[in-house]
Design a protein. Structure first.
Length: 645
């Protein structure tokens, strides 16, 4: 509201000394009466969060009242002069009016000068000045204002105008002695102003505020002002209620933004809202294409005079679109598609039970969807997520901008034996997931899957994650961070067609103890398998059958794998084309139990005369030759090369 307004100053001059006649001054000397401006306001309110609701439920946004500031319209003298350039004054002494006229701002001196004054205060006289500034009709506004000289008070009734007419006004005060006719008026704001802004929004969230409505405001109230060292404003006699709406003509906001620019959205009557108040703030918003109302009750809120109350709307995500946990989601898939069969899927010495769900070929996840029907598959109490079936295609939708996997995502897609594709995984947020075991187990017709959006920082187990994905060819782990993973057992068991794995820099196994059966029958792995990046855990215990029947492997590099393994038998069983294994300083070979049989039956299956070079430290070499690794068998040639690692 940077418009110029007229300021009316009604000034009381109360002379404490004995009454004397007031001598008229000439026009020139009268212009020496000037006024400085001193603006006072020291808000002390703290930040607090308000409940924000929509259709009876919490929304994915929060509304926070930030610490209040001084009035946004006038917060220092420079701003004052930018907005107000003239005012009227009325002078009184002993309760008698001595002058009433305009003052004009002098940009060169930074003062307001009384242009047509007929009187000036005499040196040594104590004066009292009460002033008010309003952009509305002066006589109508101040017609009912009353002043009292002792104590120094003023009162007026105020009716809240239509929103377009809501304007700031000031009340100023001075009492003291002046020798040169220049006084510093102290100004404060009797009203309170409200500003609304958006807080930080996550990437991908767009928010458009269509309108802001204040419901249940006071229509009128009385203001009692007490002047002195600190001016105080007391509002009482609140009566009637009104609703005001401010339409917002701004595009969708994607990051922090003030909704209505620098000025206040509303300038209203201050008050402390009782706990039973029906007053509220209502926002009409469009969030990622979905338009709805959300509101915040004002019960218990406090709006103080002279403050700008800043309300910030932020996305918080406490009330999210969270999917059912993995087993429950899988069960709903089975029920919705009308058929499932309990089966077992085996790998080497053990097998896993699973539910075969044959009637699904594609799953599509869609966010920002207007769909409101179907089978609910959201976690209890969270934002709705709907599952629908059309033919053999399952569509999972939410009106939120993303869906969260629950902490337990295990078995979520297990047993979808005819599933060929999953679309929209970029709408899935996995940052809270701790279990991904059997996540895609026995998806026999899945050839590839996009995991680039997966956050695995909290994941603890990936056991059998892709077991039974018989024609899966490519997996990209570049987004994975596995610092907390304790098991990757059977992660790719029976992934016969797997020929490309992108591991990424953060796929390390610092806490992993179980690697057994990890690549069982991965018969299409590249001939050279480099796992040297894996920094194994000192607590690792199990690599049994890790490369069982990987008969395409020629070389394996596991030089940085660490651990004190207790299960190492048949680690390389069926690797019929091995020509190189790099163990590095593989500590396990110093600690394997008797009958570990790491190379059991390996040699007997290799072509006669083939040589395999093993690189390791001296301790590992001694253990292999003198221990029970079954290294020396048949006529297979082992060339053990020792190095210091």
């Amino acid at each position: 509201m940077k418009n110029k307004t007229i300021i009316l100053f009604q000034t009381l001059f109360v002379l404490i000394t004995s009454a004397c006649s007031i001598e008229p001054l000439n026009e020139v000397s009268s212009k020496s009466i000037s006024f400085n401006v001193a603006l006072d306001s020291n808000p002390e309110t703290k930040a607090e969060s308000l409940g924000l609701y929509s259709e009876g439920n919490r929304t994915s946004f929060t509304l926070e009242k930030l610490p209040a500031t001084k009035s946004v319209q006038i917060n220092h003298s420079t701003t004052f002069t930018e907005i107000y350039d003239s005012f009227e004054v009325e002078g009184r002494e002993h309760g008698d009016q001595v002058f009433y006229d305009f003052a004009q701002y002098n940009a060169s001196t930074g003062l307001w000068t009384l242009e047509n004054a007929q009187y000036i205060w005499k040196p040594g006289k104590e004066i009292e000045v009460v002033a008010a500034a309003s952009g509305r009709d002066n006589e109508a506004f101040f017609g009912g204002i009353t002043y009292n000289g002792n104590p120094s008070t003023a009162s007026f009734n105020y009716t809240l105008p239509e929103h377009a007419d809501q304007q700031d006004f000031l009340v100023g005060y001075f009492r003291g002695v002046t020798d040169n006719g220049t006084v510093a008026l102290k100004f404060n704001h009797p009203l309170t102003s409200l500003v609304f802004e958006t807080g930080p929004l996550p990437l991908g969230v767009t928010l458009k505020i269509n309108s802001i409505t204040l419901e249940g405001l006071d229509a009128s109230a009385r203001c009692d002002i007490t002047f002195g060292e600190n001016t105080t404003y007391t509002w009482s006699a609140h009566s009637g209620t009104v609703n005001y709406t401010q339409e917002i003509d701004k595009p969708a906001m994607e990051e922090r933004d003030i909704i209505l620019g620098e000025d206040a959205s509303f300038i209203v009557i201050p008050r402390e809202f009782p706990v039973n108040s029906d007053a509220k703030i209502v926002f009409s918003i469009t969030e990622n294409g979905r338009t709805y109302d959300m509101y915040a009750p004002l019960a218990g809120q406090e709006w103080n005079p002279g403050e700008t109350n800043i309300y910030q709307i932020s996305y918080h995500g406490e009330h999210k679109a969270i999917l059912l946990d993995g087993p429950a989601f899988n069960h709903q898939l089975a029920l919705l598609t009308g058929g499932y069969v309990e089966k077992r899927y085996g790998y080497t010495t053990s097998s896993i039970p699973y539910t075969e769900i044959p009637n699904v070929t594609k799953i599509i996840f869609q966010a920002n969807s207007p769909n409101t029907t179907g089978t609910l598959v959201n976690a209890p109490g969270e934002r709705p997520i709907y599952m629908n079936k059309e033919g053999n295609v399952i569509t999972v939708t939410t009106d939120d901008f993303e869906m969260y996997m629950s902490q337990n995502a295990s078995q979520m897609f297990q047993g979808l034996v005819n599933l060929t594709s999953i679309e929209g995984l970029n709408f899935i947020n996995t940052k809270e997931v701790t279990r991904m075991d059997h996540l895609f187990a026995v998806c026999k017709k899945l050839t590839s899957i996009d995991l680039s959006n997966f956050n695995t920082e909290k994941v603890e187990t990936m056991t059998a994650m892709f077991t039974g994905c018989e024609i899966l060819q490519r997996v990209n782990f570049s987004s994975f961070k596995t610092d907390n993973v304790t098991s990757i057992s059977a992660i790719f068991a029976h992934a016969f067609a797997l020929n490309s794995i992108t591991w990424g820099d953060n796929f390390q196994l610092k806490k992993c103890s179980a690697l057994s059966h990890a690549f069982v029958r991965c018969t299409s792995l590249p001939a050279d398998l480099d796992l040297s990046f894996m920094l194994g855990s000192p607590t690792s215990t199990d690599i049994a059958f890790m490369f069982y029947q990987c008969n395409n492997l020629h070389s394996i590099n596991i030089k940085n794998l660490r651990g004190h393994f207790t299960r190492t038998w048949s680690t390389f069983l069926g690797c019929t084309h091995l020509t190189s294994i790099n163990f590095g300083s593989f500590q396990t070979l110093e600690n394997v139990y008797k009958r570990s049989e790491m190379f059991t039956n390996t040699a007997s299956q290799l072509p006669n005369g083939q040589t395999c070079t093993i690189t390791c430290n001296q301790a590992a070499k001694d253990r292999m030759i003198n221990g029970d690794t079954h290294l020396v068998q048949s006529n297979y040639n082992w060339d053990i090369v020792t190095q210091t690692f």
